[in-house]
Write a protein that binds this ligand. Structure first.
Ligand code: SF4
Ligand code: FES
Length: 270
């Protein structure tokens, strides 16, 4: 494959069709690249004008839906958020996300991610069932309470942290950084009372104590979620609970409200 000029980049793409190929193989494409072009743009160009059989997944094109995760020059990343000329001036190697089965070419099978995610009860669990079913007012939360979990709520479930995790690469049963981070995110929410329910899952043999803090999950996360930090904080929460030293959460605002405490003032806008 001959490059005609400096802006021609060779895409080495790993191809695999489980129904037709015994094993994966590499295929090369030459893509004329301009400043601002992302890896996803390059793949679309290949699909539209060179090879319609190439498979990859994408939707939003702006780092929000989490569907275009792939291994780009050896690093898991979102194809739509990676500018080609910022990472290479010659060759680009693209493969599907590691630690997942492959559906076809660059399309990973993410079902295991979603099963693990749903296993940690990633939603508010509150004992005030009546109020949860038929709220009589807003669920008040102050700024400090929001900051406690805000960073961890930016997760877009792209699976990139899971692809970078060395523990998962040898132990597919491990819950992994995505699900554990979401367990911590909901535990820290002032409206939530589900710590004891999630504890059963995250402190199990495939849970949080399998993490040996390589930290790669946080290095690669495209949304700045910092799963490695969440996992260490979750471990701390569990140890303090075991030692009966975990602080009891201030009674949630829903319950306070139902018990007749004054409702917080909402400032008037001018
Ligand atoms: S924590 Fe980050 S890398 Fe992991 S799934 Fe969420 S957004 Fe993706
Ligand atoms: S296409 Fe949605 S995150 Fe890349």
């Amino acid at each position: 494959m001959t490059r005609q000029n400096k802006s021609d980049i060779v895409f080495h793409v790993r191809r695999y069709n489980p129904e037709g190929n015994e094993k994966p193989y590499w295929q090369n494409y030459l893509v004329h690249t301009e400043t601002g072009m992302t890896v996803l743009d390059g793949l679309m160009e290949i699909k539209e004008s060179q090879d319609p059989t190439l498979n990859f997944r994408s939707s939003c094109g702006m780092g929000v839906c989490g569907s275009c995760g792939m291994l780009i020059n050896g690093r898991p990343a979102l194809a739509c958020s990676t500018q080609i000329l910022e990472i290479t001036d010659r060759d680009l190697t693209i493969a599907p996300l590691p630690n997942f089965d492959i559906i076809k070419d660059l399309v990973p099978e993410l079902t295991s991610l979603f099963i693990k995610h749903s296993s940690v009860y990633p939603y508010i669990l509150n004992n005030e069932k009546d109020e949860m079913d038929r709220p009589t007012g807003e669920f008040y939360q102050d700024q400090q309470e929001l900051i406690e979990y805000l960073q961890f709520s930016y997760c877009i479930k792209c699976g990139i942290c899971m692809a970078a995790c060395p523990t998962l690469s040898t132990d597919p049963e491990y819950l992994g950084p995505q699900a554990l981070t979401q367990a911590y995110r909901y535990n820290r929410d002032s409206r939530d009372e589900g710590f004891n329910v999630r504890k059963e899952v995250v402190s199990d043999t495939n849970g949080v104590f399998k993490c040996h803090y390589a930290g790669e999950c946080s290095n690669v996360c495209p949304k700045g979620v910092d799963p490695a930090r969440a996992i260490q904080l979750l471990k701390r929460e569990l140890v303090l609970d075991y030692l009966r030293m975990k602080k009891t959460k201030v009674k949630c605002k829903v319950c306070e409200k139902r018990n007749g405490s004054p409702k917080p003032e909402i400032p008037e806008t001018t």
